[in-house]
Ligand binder design. Sequence first.
Ligand code: MIC
Ligand code: SF4
Length: 643
Amino acid sequence: MGQTQCYKILSKHLVSGTLKQGESISIRIDQTLTQDATGTMAYLEFESLGLDRVRNELAVSYVDHNTVQVGFENADDHEYLRTVADRKGVIYSRAGNGICHQVHLERFALPGKTLLGSDSHTPTAGGMGSFAAGAGGLDVALAMAGIPFSLICPRVVEIRLHGSLKPFVSAKDVILHVLEHFGVKGNVNTVFEYTGDGVKTLSVPERATIANMGAECGVTTSLFPADENTRAFLRSQGREDGFVELRADDDAIYDDLFEIDLSQLEPLAACPHSPGNIKKVSELEGMAVNQVLIGSCTNSSYTDLKKAAAILKGHTVSPSVSLGVAPGSREVLMMITEDGTLETLIKAGARILESACGFCIGNHQSPGTESVSLRTSNRNFYARSGTASASLYLVSPETAAASAIMGVFTDPRACDADLSEIKMPEKCLVDDSMFIHPSYSLEIKRGPNIGQPPKNTALPETVKGHAVIKVGDKITTDHIMPAGARLKYRSNIPRYAEFVFESVDPAFAERAASLRDKGECGFIIAGASYGQGSSREHAAICPMYLGIRAVVAVSIERIHQANLCNFGILPLLFDNEDDYRKVEQGDELELLSPLSSLESGKFILHDATKNLDIPLSLFASEEQKAMLRVGGRLNEVIHADQN
Ligand code: MIC
Ligand code: SF4
């Protein structure tokens, strides 16, 4: 029987377990990436392992999230990251060099490699044919130490592409169509593998757009074959020697099939407040638009910006719209500068933003009250932009540009621009001077905002307390741990913990801390797909700091589940979904015999307020059970030479 591309890469990297769907396996990680917002914790954790240098093939530390630098905190973080990278053998990508996923795709990603990144959009490199997954900072720190990464052997879904896209319909519309079909929940431990004759019509950056937003479906990663387009992209980057051809065998068996005729697609938009809430742009036409932002790791490549500029050429942005453009990398910025595209954008009235995450993470460019913002990014979660009352729509660069001119939602197919000649160039403007290679000599600098990651205590014999909060379905990590203006406290857990659930229930942190101080164990009660979105382990560390010992949910997303286990918080699932309705915020709760329940994986939650016994199942592997027992992975004796 033939193999899928996914299993081909996994089998080459398998360290333990068998490649059977649903089995716990561990794989060798070739490359790692971190970004500054998750990176400080990851390197503090790496330091706590006591190794003198990283042991994986390639480790890169990017600075792209916190670059606004209001106050000293971000700059101090950058300095810590620069010096710790130098000391530990990590390549440091300076602020200004671009967004981690775009830069990694250009300069480092290779077909057949495994990549683990402390960012949920690490699968962007799946556009290159890498098996690239997002994880919490601690898992990435361990991968840098050469310790294999554990995951559930995924089911592999074939997404077969036919035909080619019509003009003004773009890769973004392909992934929005995939999101419409698969939704944002229920795809845990799944890999999307793209096949079919339509694949060859897509360039590597277009494939990367599609792989990037697979993260919104909650899949482990997405994969494209490595073919002649991949070779051409690598050649344009001066890296053709890293090319290997890679694709699934013709007789590979998949767990599911979804077919897309690219020629039938039309411009789509993800409507507030979920990337899975898809409508046709034609249905939204005429809606007034106040802000348009082009950029982010999803759509900030050279061709994305060229297409937007071709549509904007000769026009001025509508007086009611603020248009911002953030090139994905310094390379893209240099290329659009050289060929005049930047001038076209400026002439049209675009505000040129830094090559960084910026608006996407709500770090700046918060829209006005109740305004409509069109963005080419990947997440429109509630309050993520910094303006809770704003409505965010995720669209292609083509739709964004057309709407910026008209001031209303506009189907780009109405434009008269000619995009047919816009292709990836044969040679890109490569300049690696913003990477700093390690000299192993610098002293590590730590500003006053940088503290040690706190540890949990071992699982106690009595787990008793209250339901400190009850939340609904699809609670994202942005709900749990806001970014934007709070992002600068990422390296300071006591301060950052003050903002847990800020947009949902601003009194949560104080309530949880006061129950913790009375010696209680806190419970979070949640609906389906809890913890979707980001890889930020702070969404586990900060609740842990506030005394949370268990999350009891209908379902929990993959990266967040791993982060909970890493920090000693029990991820528990209702055996009967209906019981979710019965427990209320404020109920007095106890987990009966927690230590023996940990062994069996079967728990009983006693709700003393309702006088109910509720059966729960632990959602954890044997390895995770061991860390839950001792109160998290940092309490385990970790042997860095176990690979
Ligand atoms: C995001 O897009 O939500 C982020 C910010 O890049 C996060 C990482 C973080 O929270 O620092 C992610 O996607 O993992
Ligand atoms: Fe940065 Fe946004 Fe991409 Fe996250 S999704 S890495 S914040 S650009």
